[in-house]
Design a protein around this ligand. Structure first.
Ligand SMILES: *Cc1c(COP(=O)(O)O)cnc(C)c1O
Length: 399
C-alpha cells in the first residue's frame, strides 16, 4: 500500500478579505499612499489603524511602522536604552529579536527556557540579580506565554522595564489579560506569516505618554506627528520632537488598509487556529513518544503553529525523521540544527553576540524540538492526515 502524502503548502496563507482588496485598489487609484498625504479633513488609513489596534489591545497608544523588528528596536530606544546596555531576552526566539537589541545599541543577554518553551523564571531572576540589566525583552516565541504575573513581579522587584515581543501572541491572553498589555511596551508583526498579514509591518502599543511621543518621532513623523491615530497632549512633544532623531520607518496607507480589513476577523481566526491546533495536538498526544508542551489554564494561546519533542531521538535519528516527513509533504522545522536554515536559527549561531552563552537547558530542549506551521488554508481534517504521517514516521525510526 502506498503511503499517504500531504500536498498542501505550509506557507500558504488565506487571501486578504475582499473589502481590503477593494480599499487597496481605491488607495492605489488615489495615489495617496504616504501616511501624511491626506486631503483637508481626511484621516489616513494608517492613523485609523492605530486607533483601532489601540482599542483592540485596550491600550492608549499604538504606532504603526515598517516591521515588527523595527518596532522592537525603537521600543528599546524609546524606553531609554543607553549604548552598550544589557537587555535580557529568552534564548528561544527569532533572529530579529537579538537583532533589534543590537540595532538599538544594546547587548543581548540570553536567558534559559524551560521544557514548555517559556522563559525559565529561576534563571531569569538569577540573571536579573547578576547583570543588573534594566530591560527585559520577553519573546512569546511560537505563542508560548510564561506566567506573566510572576514575570511582572520579578521585573518590579528588580526595577526592570518589560518589553513584550508579541509577534506570535497577537490575539492571545494570560488570565484574561491580553498578551502585550503586561509590559511597558509591546511589539507586533504583520509580516505575512503572523496573525495579520500585510506582507511586512509592525505595531507598537503602550500606555506611556513619553514613550509613544518618542516612538512616533523616531518612526519618521517629522513635524506631522499630530496626524497620528493615537497621541498624547501636544506639550509632551515640546522637547521630544527636537531631541529625538528621525529613524524613518513609517507604515503606508496601502498596508494599513489591508490590516484594517483583517482586524475585525482576528478573534475569529484565532479560534479557527485553535480548532486546528487542538485537533493536531489531540492526534499527536496518542503517541507516547511525542511530548507536547503543557498549556496552563491561564494561557489563551493562538495555535498558529505547533511544537513537539521526541526526546528519545538521538541526533542521528532526527534528520531521517525530518526528511521522512518532508517526503510525505509534512514540513517540519528542527530547532536543534547546528546550521541555521530558512527562518530558523538557534542562539549559538548569532556569532555577533559578545560571548556565546552556555545555555545547556535550552540546547537540550531544542535538540529534539520540531515545529510546524498551521496555516488557515488547512482544514481540521488535514490535521488528521498530518498527525498520522508524523505518527507513522516516528514509528519508522524506531521499528
Ligand atoms: C516575525 C517575528 C519578529 C519580527 O517581525 P518582522 O515583522 O518580521 O520584523 C519578531 N519576533 C518574533 C518571535 C517573530 O516571529
Amino acid at each position: 500500500m502506498s503511503k499517504t502524502v500531504f500536498s498542501k503548502p505550509f506557507t500558504q496563507q488565506e487571501a486578504i478579505p475582499e473589502t481590503g482588496i477593494e480599499h487597496a485598489v481605491e488607495i492605489l487609484r488615489s495615489g495617496r499612499l504616504h501616511r501624511y498625504n491626506t486631503l483637508e479633513g481626511e484621516t489616513s488609513e494608517t492613523a485609523l489603524l492605530e486607533r483601532e489596534y489601540a482599542d483592540y489591545m485596550g491600550q492608549r497608544y499604538c504606532l504603526a511602522c515598517t516591521s515588527g523588528g523595527y518596532s522592537l528596536h525603537i521600543a528599546l530606544r524609546a524606553a531609554g536604552l543607553k549604548p552598550g546596555e544589557a537587555v535580557l531576552s529568552n534564548a528561544f526566539t527569532l533572529a530579529p529579536v537579538p537583532g533589534a537589541i543590537d540595532n538599538a545599541g544594546g547587548k543581548p543577554l540570553l536567558v534559559e527556557i524551560d521544557e514548555n518553551y517559556c522563559v525559565d523564571l529561576a534563571h531569569l531572576e538569577a540573571m536579573m540579580q547578576q547583570s543588573k540589566a534594566r530591560f527585559f525583552m520577553i519573546s512569546h516565541m511560537r505563542g508560548h506565554i510564561a506566567d506573566m504575573v510572576a514575570v511582572v513581579e520579578l521585573c518590579t522587584k528588580y526595577g526592570v522595564t518589560l518589553i513584550e515581543d508579541s509577534a506570535h501572541t497577537m490575539g492571545a491572553s494570560w488570565n484574561g489579560k491580553k498578551s502585550g498589555s503586561f509590559g511597558k511596551i509591546a511589539c507586533f508583526s504583520t509580516q505575512t506569516y503572523k496573525h495579520l498579514n500585510s506582507g511586512e509591518g509592525g505595531l507598537l502599543t503602550t500606555d506611556d505618554d513619553d514613550i509613544i511621543a518618542r516612538a512616533i518621532i523616531y518612526s519618521g513623523s517629522y513635524m506631522m506627528y499630530e496626524r497620528h491615530g493615537t497621541l498624547p497632549d501636544a506639550d509632551v512633544f515640546a522637547d521630544i520632537r527636537l531631541d529625538t532623531p528621525n529613524y524613518s520607518g513609517r507604515m503606508d496607507n496601502l498596508r494599513a488598509t489591508i490590516l484594517r480589513a483583517q482586524l475585525p476577523g482576528l478573534d475569529q481566526n484565532c479560534a479557527r487556529w485553535n480548532e486546528r491546533y487542538r485537533s493536531l495536538e489531540n492526534r499527536l498526544s496518542q503517541n507516547s513518544r511525542i511530548q507536547l508542551p503543557y498549556r496552563p489554564e491561564q494561557e489563551s494561546y493562538v495555535g498558529s503553529s505547533l511544537q513537539f519533542r521526541i526526546a528519545e531521538f538521538d541526533q542521528e535519528q532526527v534528520p531521517a525523521f525530518v526528511s521522512g516527513c518532508a517526503q510525505r509533504g509534512v514540513e517540519l522545522k528542527w530547532f536543534g540544527n547546528v546550521e541555521p536554515q530558512g527562518f530558523t536559527s538557534r542562539y549559538d549561531s548569532w556569532r555577533y553576540l559578545e560571548n556565546t552563552p552556555q545555555l545547556p537547558q535550552t540546547l537540550e530542549v531544542l535538540a529534539t524540538t520540531f515545529d510546524l506551521r498551521i496555516p488557515l488554508t488547512f482544514t481540521v481534517e488535514d490535521m488528521e492526515i498530518i498527525g498520522s504521517i508524523i505518527d507513522e514516521e516516528t514509528a519508522a525510526i524506531f521499528d
